[in-house]
Design a protein around this ligand. Structure first.
Ligand code: LLP
Length: 415
């Protein structure tokens, strides 16, 4: 297994000592990697009208949000909770786009009161908005009929998903806008999460631009996120070819803008790409057992901590340490790595080649910075882990405490 990042990730810090200090399991993030990814996407196209919105759902740790903001990135929220946190992190209301799906009038009012632009993705939501905020500014999310993604559950564009307004309904959107004097300030789409081949994204871009041309007063067009990272690097999975994607966008976007005849901003909306590779989940081997034909490595890394493998059959690389030293180079055996949740589906890595492990060894689960902690829960009343940042100058910084038993009691009225 080779990946330069595995060596540089820790700097002088030692995973074993981090676990001893902050408890196991533990999320670790590397500041330098987040900053590099932000710069990479921000420089995708060298124009002031091109901006990047970080999709906060991927990881909404307040400290990481601040860091991403420092890199000159704006944000996208999908709930009033995310708006609340983004404002706390210092984003200005006009740097946030609320990409909403099936929200109540109260949630719309919250965003309107905060001065945050909302994008709505159905005719009936647009009517609700028009009723409570006639004359208001609003964006519309379209579904261009193309989808992409690593799993059916995260393909958001296409004919079989709940998202977006059907591109055929542009005239209906205009009618509702006219009835409530709404200003359609933006159109957006998000065709799905995790593409490593830019082609479907570009098809979506072209389709959205056709729709955008129908709206003469746009302030922005947002092409959505979905930029993938190669989770399966031990098998040689390649990175998304960003320069190639940039070259294609360069062919399409500037010319379109010139024809549009109005200053319009163009945005992308990545979540995973900015944070996934910055995060590693650490845990401990608590049990090694042979059950009939299978060898199981029992750990404290249940699906309450990282849900992706169970929910989407996602693959995350796993490496091992013994007393702080990487275990590599020796013999390997096929094992199944499981967590401590009382469900047989609690499998982190099926049939993996790992060195022979012992109780007390430490496992590092890579590329866990996106949709890791964000989807963690207290299922089985397990405590959610702490989060630690390795700062750009190599120090460790606790950026979220581990849950405590008191947290499990917090919302009960009688104790
Ligand atoms: N914009 C919208 C409207 C979205 O719904 C999403 C993700 C994004 C942007 C960012 O997508 P990204 O660049 O991160 O692919 N939990 C799943 C991913 C769910 C993505 C949902 N929407 C996973 O762990 O793979």
């Amino acid at each position: 297994m080779s990946k330069s990042i595995t060596e540089v990730f820790w700097g002088d810090l030692n995973p074993e000592q981090l676990l001893d200090k902050y408890g196991s399991p533990l999320y670790i993030y590397n500041e330098q990697i987040i900053r590099e990814r932000c710069r990479e996407l921000k420089n995708l196209l060298p124009y002031p009208w091109f901006t990047v919105n970080y999709s906060a759902k991927a990881n909404s740790n307040l400290e990481l949000l601040r860091l991403i903001k420092e890199e000159g990135i704006n944000a996208d929220a999908v709930s009033s909770g995310e708006i609340y946190l983004l404002l706390k992190a210092g984003f200005e209301p006009d740097q946030i786009l609320f990409v909403a799906n099936n929200i109540s009038a109260e949630e719309m009012k919250f965003a309107i009161d905060q001065g945050v632009t909302i994008s709505l993705d159905s005719l009936s939501q647009l009517v609700t908005f028009g009723r409570i905020n006639p004359g208001g500014r609003v964006a519309v999310r379209f579904n261009p009929g193309v989808g992409a993604g690593h799993h059916e559950k995260v393909m958001t564009g296409g004919r079989n998903t709940k998202f977006g307004v059907d591109a055929e309904l542009v005239e209906e959107v205009k009618k509702i806008a006219a009835e409530y004097a709404l200003w359609i300030v933006g159109v957006n789409q998000h065709i799905g999460s995790l593409f490593l081949d830019g082609e479907p994204y570009l098809t979506g871009v072209r389709a959205l631009l056709e729709i955008a041309a129908e709206f003469p007063e746009l302030e922005f067009i947002d092409f959505g996120g979905g930029f993938g990272i190669p989770y399966h690097w031990s098998a040689g999975e390649e990175r998304l070819d960003l320069p190639a994607l940039a070259a294609e966008l360069e062919q399409i976007l500037p010319a379109w803008r010139r024809n549009y005849g109005r200053e319009v901003k163009m945005k992308i909306e990545p979540g995973r790409y900015l944070v996934a590779e910055s995060g590693v989940l650490l845990g401990r081997v608590l049990n090694v057992k042979q059950n009939h034909t299978k060898k199981f490595i029992g750990t404290d890394l249940g699906f309450n901590v990282l849900m992706r493998p169970v929910l989407y059959d996602s693959y995350h690389e796993i490496t091992a340490f013994r007393q702080g030293i990487p275990l590599s180079g020796g013999p390997q055996e096929i094992v199944t790595v499981v967590g401590n949740i009382c469900e047989s589906g609690d499998i982190l890595g099926r049939d993996r080649e790992l060195p022979p492990l012992k109780v007390g060894d430490v496992l590092a689960v890579w590329d866990a910075g996106a949709y890791g902690y964000a989807m963690a829960s207290n299922y089985n009343l397990r405590l959610r882990p702490a989060e630690v940042l390795i700062t750009a100058d190599g120090r460790e910084k606790l950026i979220r405490k581990r849950d405590t038993f008191e947290d499990l009691l917090r919302n009960f009225l009688t104790l």
